[in-house]
Design a protein around this ligand. Structure first.
Ligand code: GUN
Ligand code: FE
Length: 424
């Protein structure tokens, strides 16, 4: 569908600058933006006009990290730190996904909620179970969102009902899953997903690295999230120079096909430099980092160094799929970091977190997260008048207010992914 949206259009021009066109025209053809205009150019005058005058029109948001099976316990179990939290809660819930009927129910709810959110793209962890992972991919495809989904690999340090039998079996299952989903979907693709180093033996990492090299697949995992975890990795892989090196030794750190590493709260200088040089995406997950007491990632430093940073809801370490919540949490966390940790690390600004949630994280998916010509027509429309205000506000202020007032839960009136309308 080719169309024009009329409304108050905002996207990120750079980390510091919002491009705002009040009462503008956003032209979409062949699934892509053709640009934003103050007057509709002659050549586009034949297109259908969708009139969203007075409403905010923004790029869809990109969630670089979340766990679909954990959606069932979102908002619960925030009383432990990472390693105990995994054993006590996350693994227990994930064990249930050996049951396809349960997976269908749970993933149906998950995909439905994702469809209604401001998110248009996501990088998602499933569980170790192949059948349930395919059910999740079916549900995500049906949602209309564009996503990469990973069958999780873990062959150690988890309860018997969840841990895979051997590295070889885990790799075989992954290969069978990849073969099964190859060419099956138009919006949903696979991503190699070693859970984190404590869950994966060297033999498994090596087999996954070979898959990544052979098939040019992207990778997602966790990195330097919690001090106990970092220490554990040091003892498990004493030959690795730092946590990220334990992935890199097996080509799982952005050397082929791209990589997303969630958290990066405790990354060493060497690890940061390797992420920068490899173009690894940092998925900053501030809600999760606060909920399970992991810490605060030094995001200002990552931005200053030019790392690629996006936002992740990390459901269910994060309590909700809302990236508006994640944006305001990123700002709040950075203020505490500035106040209590490093007075030279200026707090994040609203334009910066909006940039992270849109075009910066969106780069993982290609030309995504902006309305510059050629970017995917991923669009969310917000009716911010649903939270009335008496004064005059400019468009940028209205957007900031929407983010703080959770308008993604109350005010989304239209949504498109690559030019296709999503039924809300
Ligand atoms: N590290 C390994 N697995 C997980 C998970 O499920 N959630 C979080 N937050 N960190 C992890
Ligand atoms: Fe996670």
């Amino acid at each position: 569908m080719d169309f024009v949206i009329k409304g108050d259009i905002v996207y990120s021009r750079s980390p510091r600058e919002l491009a705002v066109t009040e009462n503008g025209w956003l032209v979409c053809a062949n699934g892509c933006s053709q640009g934003v205009f103050t007057e509709l150019p002659e050549q586009w005058k034949g297109l259908q006009v969708i009139d969203h005058s007075g409403k905010l029109v923004i790029p869809g948001l990109c969630d670089l990290h979340l766990h679909a099976p954990q959606y069932a316990f979102r908002g619960l179990h925030m009383d432990e730190q990472l390693l105990d939290w995994l054993q006590k809660y996350a693994f227990v819930e994930e064990g249930k996904f050996s049951d396809a009927a349960y997976a269908r129910r749970a993933y149906g709810i998950f995909a439905d909620q994702m469809r209604r959110s401001a998110t248009t793209r996501a990088a998602i962890f499933a569980t170790v179970h192949r059948e349930a992972t395919e059910i999740l991919m079916d549900e995500m495809e049906r949602s209309g969102l564009i996503s990469v989904v990973g069958k999780v690999n873990m062959d150690r340090d988890a309860p018997a009902y969840l841990v895979e039998e051997s590295a070889q079996r885990s790799a075989e299952e992954t290969r069978a899953w990849l073969d099964c989903v190859a060419g099956k979907y138009s919006r949903t693709g696979p991503i190699i997903t070693p859970r984190f180093i404590p869950s994966c033996t060297e033999a498994l990492l090596s087999a996954l690295g070979a898959l990544v090299r052979d098939r040019g697949l992207p990778v997602q995992s966790h990195l330097s999230e919690n001090p106990g975890e970092v220490e554990l990795v040091c003892s498990l892989v004493p030959e690795s120079k730092f946590y990220g090196d334990a992935y890199d030794r097996h080509h799982l750190f952005g050397s082929h096909g791209g990589a997303i590493m969630a958290h990066c709260v405790y990354s060493s200088e060497e690890e940061i430099e390797l992420m920068r040089s490899r173009g690894v995406f940092v998925a900053h997950c501030p809600s999760s980092n606060i909920n399970i007491c992991s810490g605060i990632a030094p995001v200002r430093k990552y931005l200053d160094l030019g790392l690629r940073v996006g936002l992740g809801s990390d459901v269910a370490g994060g309590e909700s799929e809302s990236l508006f919540k994640e944006m305001r949490c990123a700002i709040a966390a950075s203020k505490m970091y500035w106040k209590y940790v490093d007075g030279t690390a200026a707090p994040l600004t609203f334009p910066e977190v909006f940039w992270m949630a849109t075009v910066s994280g969106g780069a993982f998916f290609g030309r995504v997260g902006s309305f510059e010509p050629g970017y995917a027509a991923d669009i969310v429309v917000l009716d911010d008048a649903r939270e009335p205000y008496p004064q005059k506000l400019d468009v940028a202020a209205r957007l900031e207010r929407c983010v703080y007032l959770s308008a993604d839960k109350t005010a989304i009136v239209d949504k498109f992914v690559q030019g296709d309308r999503i039924a809300l």
